[in-house]
Design a protein around this ligand. Structure first.
Ligand SMILES: C[S@@+](CC[C@H](N)C(=O)[O-])C[C@H]1O[C@@H](n2cnc3c(N)ncnc32)[C@H](O)[C@@H]1O
Length: 231
């Protein structure tokens, strides 16, 4: 069974694989270098966490691209069970160190080749949607749909375009959704980065049958909702 690929061809497969390898290499420095210190947008990050608490992610929760666990622990405060999925063994290792316990299940998988194994009450992802290639956007949301049980809810957070830190464009590349990322060892890697504007994202999701409100918060946005009853 296929996960949320674009279904027609796998032209962007090499970028997906590069992005997976990049994050695995970055896992050891992710928590230290993810945000400039002192964090210029700390209060906005705090607001996102407050919104997630107010949302109360209860029941069986799927966290896509869980990373080192910056959000997994908060999910586990509410959930009966968290399935924390990531394609990076090293990210998962760090996540396990932070968030242990039998209510958290760690799954090593490429989300573009994985099929949901339960009808989840909540699907959550943080700073992941911007890494979904534009050609795979619709298929990714079909995957989210297949992951949710009846009445299931979605919560996501990510960053929009902003001036606090910048993405290095790829030289000589005409694909605007690709950026160049550098690790502290000087190595460079290609990654996908799509900067959605909240209103544009909300409208696109409505066309796909979702009733999701997307709201900006400083450089970030968060979205919450579920399938439209008539979809
Ligand atoms: C920007 S980080 C976000 C991590 C975490 N959600 C957070 O907010 O700190 C992106 C994460 O996506 C994971 N990832 C990249 N490609 C993936 C894929 N194809 N399937 C699953 N996870 C992937 C990376 O390993 C990394 O942990």
């Amino acid at each position: 069974m296929r996960g949320p690929s674009n279904g027609s061809d796998d032209r962007d497969r090499s970028v997906i694989e590069e992005q997976i390898a990049y994050y695995d290499a970055r896992a050891l420095e992710y928590d230290e270098t993810g945000v400039p210190q002192p964090d210029p947008v700390a209060q906005h990050g705090q607001r996102l966490r407050d919104e997630l608490r107010a949302f109360e992610p209860r029941g069986d929760v799927l966290e896509i691209a869980c990373g080192t666990g910056k959000w997994t622990a908060l999910l586990a405060e509410f959930a009966d069970r968290v399935t924390a999925l990531d394609s990076s063994p090293r990210m998962l290792e760090r996540n396990r160190e932070k968030v242990a316990g039998d209510r958290v299940r760690h799954v090593l998988a490429d989300v573009f080749s994985w099929e949901p194994d339960a009808a989840y009450d909540v699907v959550f992802f943080a700073f992941w949607l911007s890494h979904v290639p534009p050609d795979r956007f619709d298929a990714f949301w079909e995957f989210v749909h297949r992951s949710l049980g009846s009445g299931g809810r979605v919560f996501f957070v990510d960053e929009g375009r902003h001036e606090h830190w910048f993405e290095e464009p790829l030289p000589d590349d005409d694909n605007p959704s690709l950026v160049l990322r550098r690790l502290s060892d000087g190595s460079t890697h290609r990654a996908v980065k799509v900067f959605w504007a909240p209103e544009e994202l909300q409208a696109r999701l409505a066309k796909l049958g979702w009733s999701i409100t997307v709201q900006g918060e400083g450089p970030f946005y968060w979205g919450t909702g579920g399938r439209r009853a008539d979809a």
